[in-house]
Write a protein that binds this ligand. Structure first.
Ligand code: PMP
Ligand code: G9A
Length: 405
């Protein structure tokens, strides 16, 4: 059967995600996976934490097992508001919050609400792959802004905005993961966050602040949320229970001006009616019992240990002409190899011969660069696997360097 003729034209734009395609290797125990951005399996919810959950769900039976409001379970929204205020300094009321089916759904909604074909959208170089996957379906024109150790180069952004402005072009939004970015691991300084807000005001665009990792930073650095500094209602803030509790729940949230949240809700109605009420009540249980607040310091302690081991192993093993980022939190280190190396071509050897996987970096870059880069996740592998995996990867890279010019 030839199915081609049945597909809508947008199907030709769809691309499989390098990350999702690699997920199977996370399940193959013989391969050490630095690929998927998965939480440490040892830090997923424990049975002692979830004691009483079944009774709790039965007590909420007529809500948890029923259809729910599109905006989300009201008590959960209240908990999200309290949490975002306490840990993120964000002020919001109940009309300014919507519960989403992971942040991924919020990104899909952003794509549907704001991008018409050919609209300009600004992203970081590199940026989160699955955001590009959903934005692509709306066929934007991307402008990629380079990053350095201090996050997005807002000076370059300003120059680019001036240029676009002189051509009469006004971008719809800047998409940023300002804290412990996926994939680079870097964080934007507070000065640059302010600068970004000033530019948004001057050139009249929205900011999508995607913040799954801001609650897992390792030091004392205060990563002030852009949303917390937003006086004009320009920032749409996204976060999720995926990294601080469980990605299996598929529960996230968005905070924005209430008019925008209303549009979010209308878009969401046609997508899934509401986020699973059962999942929302599990998240609510975890919030009310303080499970999440208790586990955040544990996540920080454990991930910091793993980050340190990864950085030390890279330092001890990687050949010269290789560099990498030094994240202050989150789950990822980003690596640049010699220009001659194509990490996508190298991947098969890595998996088959060296039994180690990573995400080739090219698909994180909207400008076609990044061929010689890779993303390494340090939250999922064990400490021993990190040491052994970096050793294996370094051996492969040394061999590739010897074969290259
Ligand atoms: N945004 C970023 C930057 C992410 O890294 C992720 C998960 N890897 C998501 C959004 C989606 O998260 P979820 O849908 O699980 O909330
Ligand atoms: O498994 C996923 O697709 C979520 C994680 C994303 C990532 O690895 O960046």
């Amino acid at each position: 059967m030839n199915y081609e003729k049945f597909y809508a034209s947008r199907v030709s734009i769809m691309r499989p995600s390098d990350i999702r395609e690699l997920l199977k290797w996370s399940l193959d125990k013989s391969v050490i996976s630095f690929a998927g951005g998965l939480p440490d399996p040892k830090l997923l919810p424990k049975s002692f934490e979830l004691e009483g959950l079944f009774e709790y769900l039965m007590m909420k039976n007529e809500y948890a097992f029923q259809y729910g409001e599109t905006e989300g379970v009201n008590e959960l929204k209240k908990e999200v508001i309290r949490f975002s205020k306490k840990y993120g300094g964000i002020n919001a009321n109940e009309d300014e919050v919507i519960i989403t089916t992971g942040s991924q759904q919020a990104l899909d909604i952003v794509s549907r609400l704001f991008i018409d074909r050919g609209n300009y959208v600004i992203v970081e170089l590199p940026t989160y792959l699955a955001a590009l996957q959903v934005f692509n379906l709306s066929e934007p024109q991307y402008v990629g802004i380079p990053m350095d150790d201090n996050g997005m180069r807002t000076d370059t952004l300003e120059r680019k905005l001036k240029e676009l402005n002189s051509e009469g072009i006004s971008p719809k939004f800047v998409y940023t993961v300002p804290t412990c970015q996926n994939p680079s691991g870097t964080s934007m300084t507070v000065d640059r966050r302010r600068h970004l807000l000033e530019l948004a005001s001057k050139y009249d665009f929205l900011i999508i602040e995607d913040d799954p990792y801001g609650y897992i930073t390792f030091g004392d650095e205060k990563m002030e949320r852009i949303k917390a500094m937003d006086n004009e209602g320009r920032v749409i803030y996204l976060s999720t229970f995926s990294k601080i509790f469980s990605p299996g729940l598929r529960v996230g949230w968005a905070i924005a001006n209430e008019e925008l949240i209303r549009s979010f809700a209308i878009a969401k109605q046609g997508m899934d009616l509401s986020t699973s009420p059962v999942s929302q009540y599990i998240a609510l249980f975890a919030m009310e019992k303080g499970i999440i607040e208790k586990r955040i310091p544990i996540l920080i302690r454990e991930y910091k240990k793993k980050r340190d081991i990864m950085l030390q192993s890279l330092e001890d093993n990687m050949p010269k002409e290789t560099k990498w980022t030094k994240p202050i939190g989150g789950m990822f280190v980003f690596v640049w190899l010699k220009d001659a190396i194509d990490t996508k071509l190298m991947l098969e050897k890595a998996i088959k011969n060296y039994k180690v996987s990573y995400v080739p970096g090219k698909s994180f870059f909207v400008d076609g660069t990044g061929k010689n880069t890779m993303r390494l996740n340090f939250s999922y592998p064990s400490e021993e696997q990190i040491r052994e995996g970096i050793h294996r990867l370094s051996n492969l890279i040394k061999a590739e360097y010897n074969n290259s010019f």
